[in-house]
Design a protein around this ligand. Structure first.
Ligand code: NI
Length: 175
């Protein structure tokens, strides 16, 4: 695995293919520490709270989250153990579709099992924004983006907004 250099974007056809792919299981022998450190740098620079490996071009099952400052979380080979029947709606965004936000409905709480950066197994019960973030990042490992949770009309509207965001950004960059 190469050290990640940038965050992959939805509107880039090649990068889109990686974002939509099913990510592969991480072998226990795999030392991800350098990659994970670099992912935290990229995520902080982009002012994000979560970043999944496919978003930096690595089709492997791990992601990072940092909602509370200086409480970095690493999830390798995560599995959802259970989800609540009650649902929550949060406004979500994604570093692969920067500046686009949309309300997504998901289970309000989740129980997840994963390995940390040292491949130690842990279980975490999460609610509120952390539960949303975990589900959003885990989706990335299955090629699912937050806009995929919207109904057709809402997704089309969101993509129209995103096209405008991209056009504006490209104009600003003089492309
Ligand atoms: Ni995302």
């Amino acid at each position: 695995m190469n050290t990640p250099e940038k965050i992959y974007r939805y509107e880039n056809e090649q990068e889109y293919q990686v974002l939509k792919a099913l990510a592969q299981h991480v072998p226990k022998s795999c030392d991800l520490s350098a990659i994970i450190n670099q992912m935290f740098v990229l995520m902080h620079n982009a002012q994000g709270i979560g970043l999944a490996a496919p978003q930096v071009g690595i089709s492997a099952r791990f992601f990072i989250i940092e909602i509370e400052k200086n409480r970095p979380l690493v999830f390798i080979n995560p599995e959802i153990i259970s989800t609540s029947t009650d649902l929550n709606i949060h406004e979500e965004g994604c570093l692969s579709l920067p500046k686009l936000y949309a309300k997504v409905q998901r289970p309000a709480s989740v129980k997840i099992q994963a390995r940390d950066a040292s491949h130690r197994l842990f279980t975490l019960e999460a609610e509120d924004i952390l539960a949303t973030c975990i589900q959003h990042e885990l989706d990335h490992l299955n090629g699912v983006l937050f806009i995929d949770h919207l109904n057709d009309a809402a997704r089309e509207q969101a993509l129209r907004r995103y096209n405008k965001i991209v056009a504006k950004e490209q104009k600003k960059a003089g492309r």
